[in-house]
Design a protein. Structure first.
Length: 478
């Protein structure tokens, strides 16, 4: 019997686990995938929104602004990359100034700091590659960019170090109320908990509806993205938005924390909650819409495209709290944009709910910090040479595009909640995220995984499950 089971190891579930690990409780996070950060959290815009878009008084508004405030300190504590670059929402005509002013007023009501409405000349001085048709823009300097993988993994690793248990490849099939708590039928046996946190992304409605007569409905909203080479990373210095429409903030153009340029997303509601395929129509539409806001986007420099799913609840707001007719079942549902920005505050809110419900006591020895994987390229030459002398694996470049060493890959595998797949290594080290998209380094990364995990190359997968990369009958050959 666990005190708390958290369903879902994305940023919301991991943030909740990290905050709950401050208290004396037996906590377990379960996920149907083979690793953290395998759902919505791995495929998004990686934007820490300032908080001017959400309706004043909504949970989105409250948690976005609070999460934004917490992100800088959290990045220092948990050693993941985050930068406050600021954002611009472009207005292309005087007729649209009402919409821009409305956003500004919302931001003021929500408590967003230091916003300004800029003139055309001010915008072009700040961002010379935005469209010449720009009339004005809302500037929010508190907006930022983050590595969603780094954020998610850091939260989970710190939670794990503080005693939280993680179970992967564990799909919840049924949830039953008990006299005290809940019983979960999973693909790996029965688990029981006094309290359940439902942070299951696009599947959160399914689990809520198993225990509550007050049904919720989540639509999977697919968004296509294009990622451009690092040569294009300076095309804009801030996140560039168009004025938002009924389906959200529209297509943005933004630098990434690692120096690329990202364009996206589209917004298409889909029935299949696993439909993360891109479409040629979607990608074409994406670049056309982005070109309205930013000129001369170097589309020939696209190195990959991908799609993610947002968990849009019919009510349009986050649902966080105990289900009214299911005592001890805590929903964390409908977490779409600004979910990344809000996740530190989401974790805080869930931990406070459970602390009060359960009467939890703080630990004497909570570990608030975590150190990420050391990147030799970030060190001085003297420090790097000393590191290589101590461990020659840090002198062996495996991924040439991103200059990732064997030492970093070994570290990624051996860490708490270590990588078990090619994508797991990629999320932790960026090996395979560069221009060649693992065309060169994949076989070598697989060799290291097989050696470190003590398995055959036949057992190495791209992303868990049945995604084996080497197939055949004569396993003795490898």
């Amino acid at each position: 019997m666990y005190d708390v089971i958290i369903i879902g190891a994305g940023v919301s579930g991991a943030a909740a686990a990290r905050e709950l690990s401050r208290y004396q409780a037996k906590i377990c996070v379960i996920d149907k995938e083979e690793d953290v950060c395998c759902g919505t959290s791995k495929a998004n815009s990686a934007i820490v929104h300032a908080g001017y878009d959400a309706v004043p008084g909504s949970l989105k508004a409250k948690l976005n602004v609070r999460g934004n405030e917490l992100m800088g300190g959290l990045a220092k504590e948990l050693d993941f990359p985050f930068e406050r670059r600021g954002s611009l929402v472009l207005c292309l005509s005087e007729d649209d100034m009402f919409g821009l002013q409305e956003l500004y007023d919302r931001g003021v009501a929500n408590g967003v700091k230091d916003m300004r409405i800029l003139s055309r000349d001010e915008v072009l001085r700040m961002e010379p590659n935005v469209t010449d048709k720009v009339y004005a823009a809302l500037y929010a300097p508190t907006a930022g960019i983050v590595c969603p993988f780094g954020l998610n993994i850091a939260l989970a690793e710190n939670a794990c170090e503080n005693g939280v248990e993680f179970k992967f490849d564990t799909e919840v099939e049924e949830i039953r109320k008990l006299d005290e708590g809940y019983e979960l039928d999973t693909s790996r046996g029965i688990l029981r908990a006094k309290y359940v946190v439902n942070a299951a992304g696009v599947y959160a409605d399914r689990f809520h509806n198993m225990v509550s007569d007050r049904k919720i409905h989540i639509t999977a909203r697919r968004g296509d993205y294009c990622l451009l080479d690092k040569e294009t990373g300076g095309h804009v210095g801030r996140t560039i938005f168009a004025l938002p429409g009924k389906l959200g903030k529209g297509v943005l153009v933004t630098p990434t924390i690692h120096g690329n340029l990202l364009v996206g997303p589209t917004a298409v509601d889909v029935e299949d909650k696993e439909a993360v395929n891109t479409t040629s129509e979607g990608l074409k539409q994406l670049l056309e819409k982005a070109g309205i806001s930013v000129k001369n986007i170097p589309a020939k420099q696209v190195i990959t495209s991908f799609a993610g799913l947002r968990a849009h609840e019919d009510g349009g707001d986050f649902i966080i709290g105990e289900a009214e007719d299911a005592k001890g079942f805590i929903d964390c549902a409908g977490i779409e944009s600004p979910g990344i920005a809000s996740c530190p505050a989401i974790g805080e809110m869930i931990a406070e709910i459970l602390r009060d419900r359960m009467g939890l006591q703080k630990k004497e020895h909570f570990i608030p910090t975590r150190r990420g994987i050391t990147n030799p390229n970030a060190l001085s030459m003297e420090e790097r040479n000393a590191m290589i002398i101590e461990n020659p694996a840090y002198g062996n470049i495996v991924c040439r595009c991103e200059m990732v060493t064997e030492g970093e890959i070994i570290d990624a595998i051996r860490r708490p909640i270590g990588a078990k797949s090619l994508d797991g290594v990629k999320r932790r080290t960026r090996a395979g995220m560069g221009r060649c998209q693992s065309g060169f380094c994949a076989p070598r990364v697989m060799e290291i995984l097989a050696r470190e995990c003590g398995v055959s190359m036949f057992d190495i997968t791209k992303s868990g499950g049945e995604s084996q990369l080497v197939v055949g009958t004569n396993k003795d050959m490898i």
